[in-house]
Design a protein around this ligand. Structure first.
Ligand SMILES: [Mg+2]
Length: 454
């Protein structure tokens, strides 16, 4: 997986060195020599990741990071702080300043590549979600995640068959979170992953294959989006790299620095929650885009799209699709007599009854006004007429109770049915035939079902 990396350092030799290492691994590299330039380049070059030197004249890395992480345009770009070796203070300060990760100079190849790989993977997912959100309904600005300060306690699954090691990790995590220890995978096999925010997985397990487990989590729908933090020994670099390729999110090396562990866990939990929030917003906006607001049934746009797909299938030798159009009789009178509020209540009650009277595979839609369409996949005309008749009887058989006074209204419906019957039936044709049948039903005195003779 390649990416565009912005390297920021005030010393030319350092920039050249990082550029060479990254180009060697086929990353695209752009450079900046101070904090100001970095902020400009972050906007104009849209990098996937920023490697930011801490010690620079005028604006240092912390200040630049702070600005990058609080600006709308750049908050989503992962920042890795590059600090002097052994400068633990700086590393932790960087993480609290909003940096996503840190590297120490001289930059170790494995650390460099694994961090970049982990962060660009995260950014790819984020970019895709942001793109989908931006191309969908405009539902407001996407805030950059606030990467500073503490996070809400998370449920963290620690998987390590060395009980002593697992307990030690658990003890550190307990200060902020709710760790759950898995030391015997066989006895834990049935446990679900519900409500887990993060998995901490050791690579030196004896009783199970950690890479296989990592791959398993990443292949299951229920656990695919869970971040995995790998715990590795220094001689396990290759294995750790493999874990990252399999989808793990981050690596921490033994001996574990407890503050580093806390900071990495915090970052992963924050990222997961940020992605979850965007996913949830996306689901909601997608639902909004296909739903009729008043009745909760599907809207006309979704109806046309679904009908198009089922018709295409029917026209190429698949099972037939039927539709019926249900139109509430004398609806105008309801509005004129009782007002639009009561009219809306009638529409809602009507929609609820349609929902109750169709099969799970049917697609009930509000076409507009008092006209409803139900798409019935894999359904012959006879069955569709029977379903329409069932609905008609239900509507006429039990009066609608509306309004605050629980007024009771008698409502009836006329229905027209049509079915795809040849090799080149179009949406317009199918709807037109159902409309003609509906017209017949109205003409014949309403409160009845007519089907278009094929
Ligand atoms: Mg410097």
């Amino acid at each position: 997986m390649s990416a565009r990396v912005l390297v920021v350092d005030d010393i030319l030799a350092n920039r050249k060195l990082l550029q060479a290492k990254l180009s060697h691994e086929y990353f695209e590299v752009v450079t900046a020599s101070n904090g100001r330039e970095a902020i400009d380049a972050a906007i104009t070059e849209s990098p996937d990741i920023i490697l930011l030197d801490v010690m620079m004249p005028e604006m240092d890395g912390f200040e630049a990071c702070e600005i990058l992480k609080t600006s709308q345009d750049t908050a989503h770009i992962p920042v890795v702080m590059v600090t002097a070796l052994g400068d633990r203070e700086h590393r932790l300060k960087g993480l609290t300043a909003g940096a996503d990760d840190f590297l120490t100079k001289p930059v170790d190849d494995f650390a460099l590549l694994s961090r970049i790989q982990a962060l660009t993977k995260y950014k790819l997912v984020l970019d895709e979600l942001r793109l989908r959100e931006a191309s969908g309904r405009r539902i407001g600005v996407i805030e950059g995640e606030d990467s500073r300060g503490p996070v809400e306690p998370a449920r963290i699954l620690v998987i390590d068959d060395n009980e002593r090691q697992a307990r030690r990790i658990g003890l550190t995590l307990k200060q902020e979170h709710r760790p759950i220890l898995w030391t015997d995978l066989k006895s834990q096999g049935g446990s679900g992953s519900a409500a887990i925010d993060l998995i901490v997985l050791t690579l030196d397990a004896k009783t199970f294959d950690p890479l296989r487990l990592c791959a398993h989590f990443k292949s299951q729908k229920s656990t695919r989006d869970l971040p995995i933090l790998i715990v590795a020994d220094f001689e396990e670099e290759a294995k750790a790299m493999r874990a990252l390729q399999l989808g793990a999110s981050d690596v921490i090396m033994r001996p574990i620095d407890t503050e580093e562990l806390s900071a990495r866990v915090r970052t992963q939990v924050r990222k997961k929650r940020s992605l979850d929030a965007i996913r949830k917003r996306l689901d909601e906006s997608m639902e909004l885009a296909i739903t009729d607001q008043l009745t909760g049934l599907f809207n006309r746009r979704h109806m046309m799209k679904q009908l198009g797909q089922y018709l295409k299938r029917a026209n190429t030798g698949g099972p037939p699709v039927s539709v019926f159009i249900a139109d509430i009789d004398h609806f105008k009178r309801v509005n004129d007599t009782y007002g639009h509020d009561v009219g809306d209540e009638v529409l809602q009650e009507f929609a609820a009854r349609i929902k109750d009277n169709v099969r799970p595979g049917d697609i009930p839609c509000r076409q507009g006004g008092e006209e409803f369409v139900v798409i019935m996949p894999d359904t012959t005309g006879d069955l569709a007429s029977a379903a329409a008749e069932r609905l008609r009887r239900n509507i006429a058989g039990k009066s609608f109770s509306v309004d605050r006074d629980r007024r009771s209204l008698d409502v009836t419906v006329s229905v027209g049915v049509s079915t795809s019957d040849n090799q080149k039936c179009t949406i317009d044709e199918l709807i037109k035939r159902a409309d003609e049948a509906l017209y017949e039903a109205k003409e014949a005195g309403r409160n009845q079902v007519k089907s278009h003779a094929a």
